[in-house]
Design a protein around this ligand. Structure first.
Ligand code: C2O
Ligand code: CU
Length: 490
């Protein structure tokens, strides 16, 4: 089988910059160029009126710039835009009404607020924490996001199709800056599984893809366009929030033609360090600051993973130069994440593996049919600790993978025994990514961590949020064919 990622071609995780925030665990050893300024004191939540958000999940035939004039039956959250971007102040309460107008009987649609450490009953996992929201029904979410940063939201059932059809939104909690950047833009990276000539979606999932690296889309976009040009102020420090929401495809993200620094990972500030390459699997985000080219000059955001690196978006500088001195991007405000007590932490290895079915894969490219509104899966290709999420629905959840004690620290060794990449997401908690047995990792906080082939990554966190929380691979097809579990905190 082809190595899905030629890792030895390049160094892709910069090591070195000091860990952000309050956590005091071991810091990196200083390899990547870090810039001069440490993180600022944490943001203080302000007093703001509630933010009201009304979402209506529905089919809305749409022509995105990438569709070359063809209309596709997108599913979206808003009649006004295919991609809602919600910006809210830190400290405000977000009240959301979701109405489900999806065009298929039984196709329920609750909202999971990815990366937000919210109360369990707001987490949006059908059956596990709330009743499913069936077509014709509505549901109301209300919570105060506890962290600033770049987050997103999506449904939590039949996600290969839901995300595949576009059902996604961005949530930005502001208040993390110390001085204004010259721009602040979202760059949402994803494929579309479309046959443009026929104006139809391709099957969102296939046996071949689900049991291997995933079913990639042939049409690759940023913000709904193929290699769009983003005009930004010239010689300026511009913040770009890079978000990979593809259902399956990881990218090896970098920039050509400009200097850039990573300032946040999964929304949480890190001491700015030089962007070289950063692997972003589905659900992973980074915030970067780019020193843009002079008036008329261009730089490119690039996926270096294909043999022929692919330009994701082009940045063009415009106007008078905004900055003069050398590049030293303003840092963000430190996140406040409970610090795990590594000395006292209970340690456990959690193994992500292929199931026996996974070893007997049919080779054909056929779709494996309708996964269906009940979160059904007809195949179990993957397991977590030898157990696959049952090929039933969420309504018949298995016993929890772990029962954690509230307030205790846990150290988990996330072990990938497969030859495929698995971005592992833990709900309800932000964890410290400590080390890998294969790579030099920059210690940082995250809600989703990538496991490369045969890799074990050590994470630690304080189980401070009571409830039933999911733990799963964010490659939607892997999640839906077994690589999903949950744990309790009581
Ligand atoms: Cu973004 Cu359980 O997911
Ligand atoms: Cu996976």
């Amino acid at each position: 089988m082809r190595n899905p990622l030629p890792l030895n071609r390049r160094r892709f995780l910069a090591g070195g910059a000091a860990l952000a925030g309050a956590a005091g665990f071991a810091l990196g050893s200083g390899r990547a160029p870090a810039y001069g300024q440490p993180l600022a004191a944490p943001a203080v939540p302000g007093v703001f009126p509630d933010v009201e958000l009304s979402l209506v999940a529905a089919e809305r035939p749409s022509v995105l710039p990438a569709f070359a004039g063809n209309e596709l039956p997108l599913w979206t959250f808003s009649p006004d835009t295919w991609l809602p971007i919600v910006r809210m102040p830190y400290g405000a309460r977000l009240n959301t009404t979701i109405r489900n107008d999806l065009p298929r009987a039984e196709e329920h649609a609750s909202i999971h607020w990815h990366g937000i450490r919210l109360p369990n009953d707001q987490d949006g996992v059908p059956y596990l924490v709330q009743e499913p929201v069936f077509p014709g029904d509505s549901f109301r979410y209300s919570f105060v996001p506890p962290d600033t940063g770049t987050f997103f939201f999506h449904t939590h059932c039949n996600t290969a199709e839901h995300i595949g059809r576009g059902l996604i939104g961005i949530l930005i909690v502001e208040g993390d800056t110390t001085e204004p950047y010259d721009a602040d833009e979202v760059v949402l990276v994803r494929d579309w599984r479309v046959d443009l000539a026929a104006g139809v979606f391709l099957p969102f999932t296939t046996n071949r893809g689900a049991g291997r690296a995933g079913t990639y889309g042939p049409l690759r976009t940023a913000n709904g366009a193929v290699n769009p040009e983003m005009v930004l102020p010239a010689v300026a420090d511009c913040r770009l929030r890079i978000i990979n929401v593809d259902p399956t495809r990881p990218i090896d993200f970098g920039i050509e033609g400009a200097e850039a620094a990573i300032i946040a990972i999964d929304g949480l500030a890190v001491v700015p360090f030089s962007l070289d390459r950063w692997i972003m699997a589905p659900a992973m985000r980074i915030d970067i600051v780019v020193r843009t080219p002079r008036d008329g000059g261009v730089a490119r955001l690039v996926d270096f993973r294909p043999d022929d690196p692919l330009a994701i978006a082009t940045i063009r500088g415009a106007g008078e130069a905004r900055r003069t001195g050398p590049f030293d991007p303003a840092p963000l405000r430190a996140p406040v994440v409970p610090e795990p007590d590594l000395g006292a932490a209970a340690t456990r290895t959690i193994t992500f593996a292929a199931s026996e079915d996974g070893d007997l894969l049919p080779a054909e490219d056929a779709a494996f049919g309708f996964l269906g509104p009940l979160c059904l899966s007809f195949n179990d290709f993957w397991t977590i600790d030898a157990t696959g999420w049952p090929a039933g629905d969420h309504a018949t959840a298995p016993p929890p993978l772990a029962e954690l004690v509230r307030g205790q620290s846990y150290r988990w060794l996330l072990r990938n025994t497969t030859q495929h990449l698995h971005p592992i997401h833990i709900h309800g908690h932000t964890f410290a990514v400590l080390r890998s047995d294969k790579r030099t990792l920059l210690p940082h906080h995250a809600d989703t961590v990538l496991l490369i082939e045969d890799e074990t990554v050590e994470v630690a966190f304080v189980a401070d949020n009571p409830g039933r929380w999911m733990l799963h691979c964010h490659v939607a097809e892997h999640q839906e064919t077994g690589m999903m579990a949950y744990f309790t905190v009581t």
